[in-house]
Design a protein around this ligand. Sequence first.
Ligand SMILES: Oc1ccccc1CN[C@@H]1C=C[C@@H](O)[C@H](O)[C@H]1O
Length: 337
Amino acid sequence: KEDKKGLKDYYKNFFPIGVAVTPRQLEDSAQRKFILKHFNSLTAENVMKMAPIHPEEHRYNWEGADAIVNFATANGLKVRGHNLCWHTQAPKWMFVDSMGNQVTKEVLLGRLKAHIYAVVGRYKGKIYAWDVVNEAVSDNPKEFLRNSLWYKICGEDYITKAFEYAHQADPQAMLFYNDYNTEYPEKRQRIYTLLKKLRDAGVPVHAVGLQGHWSVKDPSEEMLKQAINQYASLGIKVQVTELDVSIYTDGNIPEQAGAASNSPFTAELQQQQAEQYGKFFSVFRQHKGTVTGVTFWNLSDRYSWLDNFPVRGRKNYPLLFDKDLQPKTAYWNVIRF
Ligand SMILES: Oc1ccccc1CN[C@@H]1C=C[C@@H](O)[C@H](O)[C@H]1O
């Protein structure tokens, strides 16, 4: 007999369970049914990023974002907005003037403000949480903040401004700083330092998003616990915002990755992945109240962004469901506790 309960039902006393979706997936009845069975929160995988939603200075593309928000509203699902300020998938026009020269800090901040007011304003009361700034901290131990165009033109002020604009646009929204590799001690320390600086300055940062692009090898339970506790010590909430567990262990920075070539999803990997997912969710449950949401990046092994990152065309099997939307071994480890 098909189990009527889905992932979200097993976690109803802990936190919402989310998934990153595309508008096209919502047009397919099998995937719609699957989403409604297992999840009670949605994130737009791409259509709410800066360039997709704001391709030209005076043109916004609301169609995809509206489709996801309308589906969520119609079905009583939460929505996490992703994202308001990022160095990737940012529109090129935002950084240059009509002569093609790089804009000043004032102009860029004015454009960021207009973007955030328009996007957050449109979904005020429908999107409860925003990833305001994504991946501002550098991976390079010699640097503090990533040397992106945002940083080059504005210095670190763009981070504070982004949060202030978002808070002005929707004072009820829960505002996140979102990043990856948030458990590695030295990057964790830099993210902690940034968050502490912002909180001490009264900047409206309410939570940290651990993207959770993890693997069958890392992080350890201990590293994860330490990271959650250290961020929570700032008085902020924690969510896992883009969870997947890669079968490859050669890292997720393109320049360094790629050592491991295409691998089948072996029984050994299935077992390792199931153990990892089981451990991660045990830690999440232990931190109920501090961890206020867990969102997977992509629905099932049918498609993962990891199929093309950090190595193009290297098939991955990172999620709880297989290509036919059926539960994998890892799923049973996550719902049995
Ligand atoms: O794990 C990483 C390593 C290096 C760069 C970016 C990332 C992750 N970057 C994430 C992944 C997929 C995108 O769709 C998300 O918007 C982004 O937040």
